[in-house]
Design a protein around this ligand. Structure first.
Ligand SMILES: C[S@@+](CC[C@H](N)C(=O)[O-])C[C@H]1O[C@@H](n2cnc3c(N)ncnc32)[C@H](O)[C@@H]1O
Length: 278
């Protein structure tokens, strides 16, 4: 994999007083990054929410459209009772995974490490901005989403935002889950990538449907003044981690195509599946 640019790592997350803390680990300052730098040594609390939001989700990109269609058409088959507890892990400034789970869930927890993103999410879920309408309209091509009378009110009523850490998630807590561009985009380390994927799936109950998206062969990414890490992954690696943990795996890949998001990746990978009964 490509070496992420060396940057100064800053403060790591402190606990969020308003919500229960789901875990977390040590603090680190002044470490230079390398392929062995750990997740908790990057300056997540300085994640520039506005920069990332503008760059990625002001408009519905063609690749996000394909991913969202795939995930929608998978999730729509589950939990007709609409009473599941959902998890979106590492939400960042992205509401579309939570919107995709909305008809299945009576409650959705957004677990996020960066306090900047936690603060934004808490505000945004109360009355989401118009840019998310285009994502919701795409979801509404499936009638089940149309049955949600008012997605703004539904999201505000069902979502809880929690400061937390993938490496401290409780096991078998949620009945549907999403994790978009997180496991491969929080550390340059293979062991942390693999642990994050497993922790996500193991936080879900037996048979739970899940959807995850990954940047393929990412070399890291800039958010405002900080560079954040990535571990370069491809489809076969993801499959090898998930195969023992999941059934009904569906993995699809999108190449970079005509409109490249940024330099330093070769595509996006979407995975849908169900947690294997243990
Ligand atoms: C590349 S962003 C993806 C954000 C969003 N899910 C999306 O689809 O655009 C990675 C996210 O993972 C979060 N993150 C980093 N370390 C984490 C950890 N240990 N536990 C949970 N989230 C973490 C970051 O703060 C950031 O919001």
């Amino acid at each position: 994999m490509a070496e992420p640019q060396a940057v100064q790592a800053g403060s790591s997350r402190s606990s969020d007083g308003a919500q229960a803390d789901l875990g977390g680990s040590g603090q680190a300052r002044g470490c230079r990054t390398s392929t062995s730098t750990r997740n908790n040594q990057f300056p997540w609390d300085e994640f520039d929410t506005t920069y990332y939001l503008r760059k990625n989700y002001n408009d519905l990109r063609w690749d996000d459209r394909q991913i969202l269609e795939t995930v929608r058409d998978f999730l729509v088959n589950f939990r007709p009772d609409g009473q599941a507890a959902g998890l979106d892990l590492g939400s960042g400034p992205n509401l579309y995974p939570a919107l995709a789970m909305l008809p299945l869930c009576s409650e959705i927890t957004l677990v996020e490490r960066a306090l900047s993103n936690v603060a934004w999410l808490k505000q945004e879920v109360t009355n989401f901005a118009p840019n998310w309408n285009q994502f919701w309209e795409l979801l509404c091509e499936q009638p089940r989403y149309q049955a949600v009378a008012d997605p703004r009110t539904a999201l505000a009523e069902r979502v809880t935002v929690q400061a937390g850490d993938v490496f401290g998630l409780p096991p078998r807590r949620w009945q549907v889950g999403t994790m978009f561009f997180v496991a491969e985009s929080i550390s340059p380390r293979q062991d942390e990538f693999e642990a994050a994927v497993r922790q996500f799936v193991r936080a879900l109950t037996d048979g739970a449907p899940f959807a995850a998206a990954f940047m393929e062969n990412s070399s890291g990414y800039d958010v405002g003044h900080h560079r954040f890490p990535a571990f370069a992954v491809e489809e076969n690696h993801i499959r090898s981690i998930l195969a023992p943990e999941a059934t009904d795996l569906r993995i699809s890949r999108i190449g970079v195509g005509r409109e490249v998001l940024r330099p330093g990746y070769t595509g996006m990978i979407t995975v849908c599946g169900r947690v294997r009964a243990g």
